[in-house]
Design a protein. Structure first.
Lengths: 201, 360
């Protein structure tokens, strides 16, 4: 077994094991952390497939940003684990049925009938100076430039919509305005009044 | 003398030989780094104390030189107390999660022309990705301690790190736009010429923003609200003691050194000598003088030390930011500036403005 095969089998095993843990472990924070581990081993498998840009971006976006926010929310929630375990036995047969159905469908689609080794030629090895990032960029900004830009605009719309939906302007809240604080002049704050001194009665 | 070592070594299989070389390189990077971290703490205490007209550590060894060693020994022999009600495994694994990215990012740093552990072509992206993983150490430490102060500190610092990562990422996009490459070695090579060829000049706003975002990323003063002593005791590592605390400490300082090294690679010409383009070729041919004045690893170390000094200077100078002002600075000031400057850099590159982009 070469080092590449070893890396593949090792991280594939880690990935499947941690993905199983995501749905079986009781503590939600631990489940989120196992999901992080799943992403991480997935990134390494992509790296073995010479897709280093995707692998690094997976770590950067999903592990570095999305899962951090996810953990944030999960940590803040006060989840009662006992209540979640109620009815486990009751729903078990139905859950197993759905699971088996899903697994059967997945196997029938991605199984060896459609994706067997004999259906595909072995992917060609790239030379050592092959730059995955550059190739992706070239294709994205020439051949697929319109779909790419449209996807970007859709994401932008989603961001604007999410902010617009959640932004509440409360008139009672006092905001600091640093630009006004900096621009303040002496005359805005001080008023000199001339008056006669008062006499003691 | 070492012939027998050589014969044993060459009889090993090829894979084992490569592995041995890689591990030796890793040790050659990590050990000096750890020593640098130890003496950075000494330098920090000395620099700040001289700025505040004090003497600083001066009792252990001549002029206090052995102080960091004494501190390390003290921390090693202290007991690691695991709080009751804490999540034990996560509590113990989070220091590891904090320091691993701080060390892993050094794999792609080029110390000299071609002198990097892994000369990968997506080096900059790799550094960004690895540094973004570092936040897990903080979050998990805060959560698993089962302490309110720790959780609040972790929340503050995680939100801060995630927001400043965007400004930092944009600053790095400017660099890769200017250099036309993600490979850190190519980025340095794109700056060769003279001091004005380095990217600090055309990317000056990005350089400043990168440095300030670096301060915020490493939770250094004036952005150290995550461990603000007067508000939340010591933030996310309040429950840690002994070596577990020391590992967090190591991670913070290793991150500082990493950010300084990256800043000097991306904006200050990395290993390139500042005298390049000024000195005639004949001087560089002189045996010792030429090596010292010419490009080499010592210039990278000097530039890194220079930026590290700024880190310490900032800490001695500025009072702590308020939390909402940190967020305002990150989101409403830095991100717009970087986006505008990205546009400017793009136009400069398109117009082939000299002396940076007219060579081709």
């Amino acid at each position: 077994m070469g080092i590449e095969q070893f890396i593949f089998y090792f991280f594939a095993l880690v990935m499947v094991a941690s993905a199983t843990m995501v749905i079986t472990v009781r503590n939600p924070v631990q489940a989120a952390l196992f999901l992080v581990l799943t992403f991480f081993s997935c990134a390494i498998i992509w790296m073995v497939l010479e897709a280093e840009f995707l692998a690094i971006v997976l770590v950067l976006v999903y592990v570095g940003a999305v899962m951090v926010l996810f953990l944030f929310v999960v940590m803040m929630l006060d989840i009662n684990i006992d209540r979640m375990r109620e009815g486990f036995i009751r729903y078990l047969p139905f859950g197993v049925l759905v699971g088996l159905l899903m697994a059967g469908m997945l196997i029938s689609v991605v199984g060896s009938v459609n994706f067997g080794l004999d259906k595909f030629a072995e992917p060609a090895r790239h030379a050592a100076d092959y730059n995955n990032t550059r190739e992706l960029g070239l294709v994205l900004y020439t051949k697929y430039v319109y779909p790419f830009e449209i996807a970007a605009v859709i994401l932008l719309v989603a961001i604007v919509a999410a902010i617009a939906l959640t932004l509440r302007r409360r008139p009672t809240t006092k905001y600091q305005k640093p630009e006004e604080q900096i621009a303040v002049k002496r005359d805005d704050r001080i008023r000199l009044v001339s008056m006669n001194s008062e006499k003691k009665k | 003398m070492f012939e027998w070592v050589e014969t044993i070594f060459s009889s090993l299989p090829q894979g084992v030989q490569t592995m041995t070389f890689i591990i030796m390189k890793i040790v050659a990077i990590t050990l000096p780094l750890m020593l640098c971290v130890a003496y950075l703490t000494y330098a920090e205490r000395k620099v700040i104390s001289y700025m505040q007209v004090r003497l600083g550590p001066n009792r252990v060894g001549p002029k206090g030189w052995l102080q960091p060693i004494a501190d390390a020994v003290k921390l090693m022999f202290k007991e690691i107390i695991i709080p009751t009600g804490s999540n034990k495994y996560l509590f113990l694994i989070s220091p590891v999660l904090a320091i691993a990215p701080a060390l892993a990012a050094w794999a792609v740093i080029p110390f000299d022309d071609g002198m990097a552990l892994a000369d990968v072509n997506a080096g900059l992206l790799y550094v960004l990705a690895v540094m973004s993983v570092g936040v897990y150490g903080v979050i998990i430490a805060g959560w698993s301690s089962n302490s309110k102060y720790a959780l609040l500190g972790a929340m503050r610092s995680a939100a801060q790190i995630v927001s400043y990562e965007i400004a930092m990422g944009f600053a790095l996009v400017g660099v890769l736009l200017a250099a036309g490459s993600l490979n850190l070695g190519d980025i340095v090579r794109a700056q060769s010429g003279s001091v004005v060829h380095w990217f600090w000049l055309p990317l000056f706003p990005l350089f400043i923003i990168y440095f300030i975002a670096g301060l915020a990323e490493t939770n250094r003063a004036p952005f150290d609200v995550s461990e603000g002593e007067s508000e939340i005791v010591a933030g996310f590592h309040v429950e840690y003691s002994g070596m577990a605390f020391a590992v967090f400490f190591l991670a913070e300082y290793a991150n500082m050194i990493l950010i300084s090294a990256l800043a000097s690679i991306m904006f200050l010409g990395g290993w390139l000598s500042p005298l390049q383009g000024i000195l005639p070729e004949s001087v560089l041919a002189v045996p010792v003088l030429g090596d010292v004045l010419g490009s080499g690893i010592h210039w990278l170390l000097l530039k890194t030390a220079f930026i590290l000094f700024f880190f310490l200077w900032m800490r001695a100078t500025f009072p702590r930011y308020r939390y909402d002002q940190i967020m305002r600075l990150g989101w409403k000031v830095f991100i717009p500036i970087t986006i505008v400057w990205l546009l400017v850099v793009g136009l400069l590159v398109l117009a082939e403005v000299g002396p940076w982009w007219n060579a081709v």
